[in-house]
Ligand binder design. Structure first.
Ligand SMILES: Cc1ncc(COP(=O)(O)O)c(C=O)c1O
Length: 369
């Protein structure tokens, strides 16, 4: 059967309750950070079993604030995976520090933990591991490396709300965990982000940095630090709060959809994603790899001709224009796996509005690639 209506790669599920919750805040006239932001932070802590949650304007602001709060800047090196969305590296550039790229593991598309230690120098201050596509990276091993070398860990869990390793939530292992609530994530606030930390003084610093360096003392504003305005609006938080109520359901349903792909896609030209036994996958993205001899652009075009939205999953960051010019790295040689994922990886639709039948139909088309 042919798919007769275009299926976008991603599409947020906004229901009537979501709309009503946002409308109620709009009607109240209390639009900036307020009770709904506080409620979102509370529900993030409850869901992730974390101590402090700080909601901000997006999942790039979270990472930027994390680096600022930890005092990372000029002269410092930060280890980042070579394959991620550019935001992971951009924030390092924005604080004046240097990115040190690490190749990834082809089975999980996550940072290859065996390649990290060789890159640590006296200038290394932090690791930003990414839980790519909704699958936790081997964060337990990363924490061991970080502890041994006295490094900060900022987990980029932008895509991985609900992902776990051995039952512990991604974003709660490191000094800081960073989440995005962009519409391509499991739940959304439009634009939005949340930071988690077990460290109370870091949480206090982050709250100041997101709000012009303000600290409230006895009902008075004191400008105790230089800061930014990275606040989330209350109507954005209301949308995320409403969606948070069905997060577990959304993840469970996406896992069912992924199972359909995993059983229905049978094509020797395609490698399917795999999930290590100590982790769960939340399937923010379903990312397939085509064989070396296949052309990515043609495969994406073929899917689109069949009404299926598809695209690259993420970038090989050192191969993108800015990073190539600045770092002069030969990505194909130095990060062969990230380069392969970038040039042969394809993200295909997976979200709660899709039926299992549609997923089967997409699989049929993928089987012809
Ligand atoms: C791994 C990763 N980090 C950071 C971000 C940035 O998040 P945002 O779009 O909310 O700024 C994204 C966004 O897709 C991402 O995938």
């Amino acid at each position: 059967m042919e798919i007769n209506k275009f299926i976008p790669l991603a599409s947020p599920d906004i229901n009537q309750q979501d709309i009503d919750c946002v409308a109620a805040v709009l009607r109240s006239g209390m639009l900036v950070q307020g009770v709904n932001v506080l409620a979102l932070e509370k529900s993030f802590n409850e869901f992730n079993k974390s101590k402090n949650a700080i909601a901000v304007s997006n999942g790039t602001a979270t990472l930027h604030l994390a680096l600022l709060a930890l005092g990372i800047g000029k002269g410092d090196e930060v280890i980042v995976p070579a394959f991620s969305y550019v935001a992971t590296a951009n924030v390092v550039e924005m604080v004046g520090a240097t990115c040190v790229f690490v190749d990834i593991d082809i089975d999980t598309f996550n940072i290859d933990v065996t390649k990290i230690e060789a890159l640590i120098t006296s200038k290394t201050k932090a690791i930003i591991p990414v839980h790519e596509f909704g699958l936790a990276c081997d964060i337990e091993v990363i924490m061991q490396i970080a502890t041994k070398h006295n490094l900060y860990v900022i987990e980029d869990a932008a895509c991985a709300l609900g992902a776990m390793q051995n039952g512990k939530h991604a974003g709660t292992f490191g000094n800081l965990g960073s989440f995005s609530l962009h519409p391509r994530k499991s739940i959304t606030s439009g634009e939005g982000g949340v930071l988690l930390t077990a460290d109370d003084s870091l949480a206090k610093k982050l709250r100041q940095l997101r709000n012009h360096g303000i600290e409230m003392q006895e009902g008075q504003m004191h400008f105790v630090d230089a800061g930014l305005n990275y606040r989330m609006t209350d109507f954005q938080a209301a949308l995320a709060n409403s969606q948070m109520q069905r997060l577990a359901q959304i993840i469970a349903y996406k896992q069912e959809l992924a199972e359909v792909y995993l059983s229905e896609i049978k094509n020797e030209n395609i490698v399917l994603p795999s999930v290590p036994s100590d982790r769960n996958h939340t399937w923010q993205t379903f990312h397939i790899l085509i064989n070396e001899e296949k052309n990515q652009a043609s495969a994406i075009a073929a899917l689109k001709e069949n009404n299926i939205g598809a695209n690259h999953g993420a970038q090989c960051i050192p191969a993108t224009t800015y990073y190539k010019a600045k770092y002069q790295l030969d990505s194909e040689q130095q990060f062969p796996i990230a380069y392969r994922a970038f040039t042969k990886g394809i993200a295909i639709p997976i979200y709660e509005k899709l039926t299992k039948d549609i997923i089967k139909q997409i699989s049929n088309t993928v089987n012809k690639l």
